[in-house]
Structure formats: C-alpha cells, structure tokens
Design a protein around this ligand. Structure first.
Ligand SMILES: Cc1ncc(COP(=O)(O)O)c(C=O)c1O
Length: 286
C-alpha cells in the first residue's frame, strides 16, 4: 500500500477512507494534530511529536483515550503496512462525535491517522519566500486543526512561485505558514522564542541542539523584518525540511553570507536523521 488512512480502529487505502459527518473535526475543526517524516520503516523523532500532541490536546481539554505508548504502537503498526520509502506520518484527534453544539460532548476523542509518500527536502537547494502579515489567533503554540490563514498564505506562496510565507506581526517576525523561520547573523543562530505566537517546531529544536553541539551561540529572541532582510542566512525548518535556506524574500536577495556555517548546521541535522533512521535521502548521497 502506498498510503494509509486510519479512523478509530478501521484502516485502509487513504483515498478510500470516510469519516462520520458528526465528527467535531468536520464542523468546528475541533481537534489537534501532529506530523513527522518517516524513512526506512522508522518514524523520526516520534516521542517528541507524541509529547507535543498530548500537550496540544491537554491545552484544549481534549481527552485522548489512549496512552502515549498505545498511540506510538498504533502509529508504528500503521506505518509498517505501507511500502518502504519516505513518508509523512500525520495524526489528529478530534473532540468526539455528536450533533453540532458548541459545548463539549461526553465520550472519547476520535483518532485519525494519514500516511502518505513525501520527499525529504533537498538541503542543497535554495528556496524563495514572501512575507505576509500574521493575522492568526494568539494560540499558535497549540497545533490545532484551524489553519485557514496558513492555507491562504500557502496559496499566495504558490501564486508567487515561491516555497514559504514568513508571517510577521508588525515588524516582528513570528514563523512561517508551515515551518519555523530562523536567521544567522555574525555567527549567531537567532530564532523567535517559544511563546504563544509560534509553534514549538520539533525541527527547530533539532536545529538548536545541533547548534549547541557545534558550539554556535543561539539567541531565542524576537527579531524584526529589517533583521530578516539583513541576515547572513535565512533558514526555515519543519519535519522533512530540516533547515532549508532562502535566497530571496519578496523578490529581494537575502542571505548567502555565511555558507560555511549554514552547511555545518545542515550537515549536522542531516547526520542526526541518517543516524536515527539508517536512511540517507538520495540527494544526500551525490
Ligand atoms: C505553523 C507551523 N510552524 C512550525 C512548524 C514546524 O514544526 P515541526 O518542526 O514540528 O514540523 C509547522 C509544521 O507543521 C507549522 O505548521
């Protein structure tokens, strides 16, 4: 099977799966999710993603009817049913099933899993970004299903022939539509702190840990649009996109001033992935 869908114990080819109309995910987007990449039969950084998933659910008072270990087992079991290759493993839980009513229904939450092929992004390639005012709500630290501003931003990105949108609140850079954003300046790695304005990206954490191992100073602090445009390097990160660097933002040239430091960091996060999965993406072998 090249893709798989799972819903409350039933599973099958992803495109053939259906869900009940009364699932609260369908009309309120009342749920949380998490996602990571997998290769060679190994789901990367699974414990960290499961921890964040349980934390998101807790912050929204969603009762997940299984333990972390049980979820891990189910995800691994489902992942073992797809062909070997590079995958995204995505799961979400929605706050139960019932006729539309704002107050919480009794009963356990629903578990959905979606596994589909992806390609781990080539760290050698440069990407193009655009900037968009961040008009999202103030709970961006919770990985909720409510991603409409992110969806619209991603459409603008596609129309602009670019790869990601950098959100900003006024002058302050926050994160991207589906990644975190970081800058390198004067040998320091600078990234927005893990407050309520960004998602605490797992790939972000791995970049920070790589910097610590490499003795590169890290500043978790707010940075501004002028700092972004003036940075020595601009990176975006997400699971499957470990730390891609940008060469233009809004059509203006950026970065490219600390290629050696950038490569050191990228090589380190890639090394960690290869060590954990025993799998080197094709582009890393040439
Ligand atoms: C808004 C947003 N920020 C950051 C990230 C990066 O998170 P991670 O590194 O855990 O994939 C994502 C990934 O889905 C995201 O949607």
């Amino acid at each position: 099977m090249d893709s798989l869908g799972y819903y409350n114990g039933k599973w099958g080819p992803l495109d053939e799966m259906t869900v009940p109309m009364n699932d609260r995910g369908c009309y309120f987007g009342d749920g949380v999710y998490d996602a990571t990449c997998a290769a060679n039969g190994v789901i990367f950084a699974l414990d960290e993603h499961i921890d964040r998933f349980f934390n998101s659910a807790k912050l929204l008072e969603i009762e997940i009817g299984l333990t972390k270990e049980e979820l891990k087992k189910t995800l691994n079991e489902m992942h073992s049913k797809v062909d070997k290759g590079e995958y995204q493993v995505y799961w979400q839980t929605t706050r139960g099933t019932g006729r539309r009513s704002h107050v919480f229904p009794a009963g356990p939450s629903n578990l959905w899993i979606m596994i589909k092929p992806i390609l781990i992004d080539d760290l050698h390639k440069k990407i193009k970004l655009i900037t968009i005012e961040d008009t999202r709500f103030l709970h961006c630290n919770i990985k909720t299903l409510n991603l409409i501003p992110n969806v619209i931003a991603s459409q603008r990105v596609l129309e602009a022939g670019c790869q990601e949108a950098v959100f900003h609140r006024g002058e302050t850079v926050t994160e991207c539509a589906h990644s975190n954003v970081h800058i390198i300046k004067n040998g320091r790695f600078i990234t927005h702190p893990t407050d309520n304005l960004i998602l605490r990206g797992i790939a972000r954490s791995h970049l920070l840990q790589a910097c610590v191992r490499l003795n590169i100073p890290v500043d978790e602090r707010e940075f501004t649009l002028p700092e972004l445009f003036d940075a020595d390097e601009v990176l975006v990160s997400s699971s499957g996109t470990f730390g891609l660097s940008a060469d233009t933002i809004d059509g203006k040239n950026v970065g490219g001033k600390a290629p050696e430091l950038l490569k050191k960091i990228q090589d380190e996060v890639l090394r960690e992935f290869i060590e954990a999965t025993g799998y080197a993406p094709a582009w890393s072998r040439v």
